[in-house]
Design a protein around this ligand. Structure first.
Ligand SMILES: [Zn+2]
Length: 79
């Protein structure tokens, strides 16, 4: 699996919807690619932030909001 493929499976991975075969290749790539481990961690945090924001704001946050934008919004709300 390549880094690009991994990024495409992230949503399904976090939702626990990967087939055992894909899941195995996904984990295999994580075992040899520190960059993707960092990416996955950041992605997971962002998804968590979006859920919290959605709960706070009582509105749906679009799934295609860029990570950078979400971080900027969260930072702004902390101040
Ligand atoms: Zn990678």
């Amino acid at each position: 699996m390549t880094c690009r493929e991994l990024s495409e499976f992230l949503d399904n991975y976090l939702a626990g919807e990967l087939s055992p075969d894909v899941r195995g290749r996904f984990d295999g790539h994580l075992g040899e690619c520190p960059d993707c481990v960092v990416y996955l961690r950041g992605y997971r945090e962002t998804v968590g932030l979006l859920r919290e924001m959605g709960r706070d704001l009582k509105e749906e946050v679009p799934a295609d909001v860029p990570v950078e934008l979400v971080r900027a919004i969260v930072d702004a709300r902390k101040r």
